[in-house]
Design a protein around this ligand. Sequence first.
Ligand code: FAD
Length: 466
Amino acid sequence: MLNTSDCQTGFTWHNWGKNLTANPSCYCTPKSKEDLPGILQQAKNEGKSIRVLGGGFSWTAMVPTDGFMIDMTKLNKILSVDTVKQQVTVEAGLAVGQLSTALSGDQYKLSFATETVIPWITVGGAVALGCHGTGYSQGTVSDLVVAMEVLLADGTWRTFSAETDGEEMMDIVRVNLGALGIIYSVTLQCVPRFNLSAVDDGTQRMKDTIGDIKNLVTSHDYVEVFWFPFNENCWIKTWDKTDKPITENDPTWGWDEMKVYLEINSFGKRLMGWADKWPWLTPYVMKFISGLMPQQSVIAVSSLVFHYQLFYMPVWDMSYCINIPNNDFSLVQKAWMQVVKRIEEWKEQGKYPQNMVLHTRYIKNSSACLSPASGEDHTCCIEILTYTGNNRPVSDYQTYFQQVEQDWIELGGKPHWGKAIYSVDKLKSMYGQNMDAFLQVRQQLDPEQVFMNDFLRQVFQLPSAR
Ligand SMILES: Cc1cc2nc3c(=O)[nH]c(=O)nc-3n(C[C@H](O)[C@H](O)[C@H](O)COP(=O)(O)OP(=O)(O)OC[C@H]3O[C@@H](n4cnc5c(N)ncnc54)[C@H](O)[C@@H]3O)c2cc1C
């Protein structure tokens, strides 16, 4: 039965990035598993489609619908922890940061081998889009999934698991873009709790670092490289497993200085506002911000290290996965230096479309069909960000982002599903047989396109069935 108190009409939804708006005919916030079948049935009775909402942190139009929008964030319990198998089963609306903090306490003493930086996204949203952190020997968050309980379009419950369905099927359903049904619960593989020795270093020259990137990435467990345009140096994070005792318990250690300067009295907003108003100031602002990045060395539990950033200014973000075949980093070096070249070219015209960081993370490839990091070997997740506060017009930076996207596509890159994508029409062919395998299962599970919206129809090149 549909609990009407959990559903409302006339609701206007916005995503975190404020680039998307939707007016769903019905916005539901289920509070228990038993609420879900009633909501599904009601949507079908009204001939409406459904999109499931996690935390709303995606920039792509995965969630908008004029049908039913189901907000999963009240379904946020840890259901069970199997300490022998080191697996945790949770409701899909639980935030990933809350989960890893709970697991790493003395009750369970568990960690995840990899996590996203952002702690507020839901487990369902992270899994559905193949989200990732860093770690050259680690896959994505979706690769940690061993089972998933899903409410299908026909109203039946189905648990997909590696044990009963096999890895081939799991690879099809893990990264699902919310197009197979409502994920109620997810079982994730954990590892024993571990500490990381985390070093932040801003003393290295950017060009030298990228020239020797293979050495850097292959000599640490986890690496991230940041570059604020117009700076000689980059900022490098390296994390290595250690048995040494913890020196840091404060959850805000990561970006302390930056946060203090930029958040107090909205100084960051004003600073970026000046760069918007007087674009020629951008290089000075970038130098100032780069100078704020901490130099430090701490030992902390992995969940604290992974979620190092707790303050995000409004940004536009595009991320592509660039392959690293046989530890050959030449495509990554090209992808990076093309961005540097583009930034210089635009500066020559007095324009600064990218006024935030260029960032890379390095992971093991994923076996999931729709993962942008699918395949053998390794992948670099490279991303560019620009500040969008102060109502900065999209036209200010769109052409630049499209140019960089084309550069990265020419290098064989595939986009993060949740971040900016301009070449939506190319996605189906980018994934080839992997996309065909996914679409076959999607067609079997949801022939009437209950879980579709216009964006996904464009991605899958599907005619409307409703
Ligand atoms: C500031 C910021 C930092 C970020 N950092 C990272 C990062 O470190 N690494 C990274 O990989 N990405 C990162 N992202 C991107 C973000 O993690 C992804 O877009 C993620 O999918 C958002 O999760 P969400 O819970 O907000 O889901 P939403 O954005 O609400 O939804 C994402 C998709 O998941 C589907 N979905 C969600 N829950 C369910 C469910 N229960 N059943 C079925 N489908 C479901 C939705 O239908 C949609 O297709 C960042 C984004 C922001 C804004």
